[in-house]
Design a protein around this ligand. Sequence first.
Ligand code: ARG
Length: 652
Amino acid sequence: MSILQTLKNRFATALQPLSDDVAPLLDMIRSSQDPKFGDFQANCAMPLAKQVGRPPRDVAADIIAALDVSDICEAPEIAGPGFINLKLKDAWIVERVNSIAGDDRLGVMPVENPRHVIVDFSSPNVAKPMHVGHLRSSVIGDAICRTLRFAGHKVTSDNHIGDWGTQFGMIIYGYRNFVDSAAYAADPVAELARLYKLVNQLSDYHAAKQKLPQLKISLQLQKDELAAEQSETDPADKKAKKKLKSFQKAVDTTLDSIKSAEEKLAAVAADSNLQQLADAHPNIARLARAETSKLHAGDVDNQKLWDEFLPACLQALQRVYDRLDIQFDMTLGESYYNPMLADVVSSLKDKGLATDSDGATCVFVEGNEAPFIVQKTDGAFTYATTDLATIQYRVEQLKADEILYVVDKRQAEHFNLLFKTCELWGFKDLKCQHVSFGTVMGKDGKPYKTRSGDNIGLESLIDEAIARARTVVDENDDRRETPVLSAEDRHSVAEIVGIGGIKYADLHHNRESDYEFDWDKMLATTGDTATYMQYAYARICGIFRELNIDRNAIGQATANVLLTGPEERALALQLIQFDEAISSVISDYRPNQMTGWLFDAAGKFSAFYAQCSVKNAETPELKASRLVLCDLMARAIKTGLSLLAIDTAEVL
Ligand code: ARG
């Protein structure tokens, strides 16, 4: 059990007689930011004092009187208004650190109550090459799977690919009308991607053309309203000014829509070929949708094309997953659930959950304005229907206890409605969570794209990362008196550093934030980067090589760690709390809790290494003790990074 959890349990016993609701009080026990306040701090006396109307320091004294931590901590101290400061006994730290010496798991025990967690991640819509937007779900989802497995849970990773959606109607239409057969034979996925883009562009063109006159009329009306409001507004009236602002905003929004529509028209007009195609296919959007409907209705020719397209699409995905070292236990795409959709809708109707609304079948969820549409007016089932069928399958066939959806935060509304519908539908014991994340941004503050506005392909991104990492690796090795890496080593190390760099840069952000893609920061050898952690690992391996000591022997011998100074103590305390990093990642599925722990640990290791000589330690016992700490740090980095699917190398 983690130290924090042990302390919480002890506090729970002490607090029970003093309060009916100890859980929020226990949340106020944390590790201290500053060692002068001890190792842990409990700030629960203040709110408890408020509840009972007594001085907080007195309440703190009562808590301490009832608290039994003497085996773990020095005598607790009361500070300031009633903080309880706890300092762990050195002997206790030593005992713990000795017990995990040489252990790759750093003493982390498997959980007592394992859950079966299905992690739905990556899940791209196929028929288009993977782009930078797919990076986040793939990398975050994989890290979550690995961490859950490490903790002892049963995990099923499922790539819920979009292989049945409207994009197939688009490529079927594109294939029938615009295919370049030679290009298709040479690289089917690239040609399908071109067709998808083309059909999309032509559909957008016609939509823009149709919308533009109406947009211009709206703009005039909004401008008139704004002018009228402006002439009546008293500049001192705050409320009126606010109203004016909202009028201005409406005008701006319409202006933006007009601009975007005009850009779409201009892009086609600028290319006579495209213009000809656009003129020849005025109903392209409707016809592409009709191809999707035909496919869904079992049309033989469309099914044949689908059967032909899909393996090529999957192969292209697999290439990327292999390079990223991501494995799925199953890849059950949307198409798999197609035969179950009609039953889902009937079941929802039978239970009185789904009702007819203007010809569509919808679930109305209390507190939500938007309906959850499970069957459209034309009879088509939706993304929502598929997700409901998927949940049913995962619970009934796979026996899932919990499902995680690692999906862009822009789908929050969908998942909110999905989870609520599911509960109403009867899946009451199932735990579902939308593990949402933000966008990868470019330097211009907009979603990261190529200069011409195209998505950045994931494969070319990986290639570039490796090429850039190669420069870092070359420079580092060339700086050595005698370089140690062969060309082959340099290549494999560059792969480890480059791919690790991309992953870490993504994972170390709070997943919900957008982040800026920055090559230089990502591959920097100092700072919170994979490269820094990987170099730290190699440096520790180097110490052992230099001393000609086999690291594997460390776990076999009885460890006897000596804490002779604050740096050794701080490092040892950090190392015995690796389990805390694991549970923090799992508690809200945030891999940045692991990068944060690693970065903290690396900082403590640096301080230790600067202060405490290992090679020239004063006594053989001290040297042995410090080597145990070095080895544990190396294991922590290797294990911690491996949970983020980031590799290490002994020589960089
Ligand atoms: N294919 C979807 C998209 O690209 C993501 C699917 C996520 N998983 C799910 N079960 N809805 O937007």
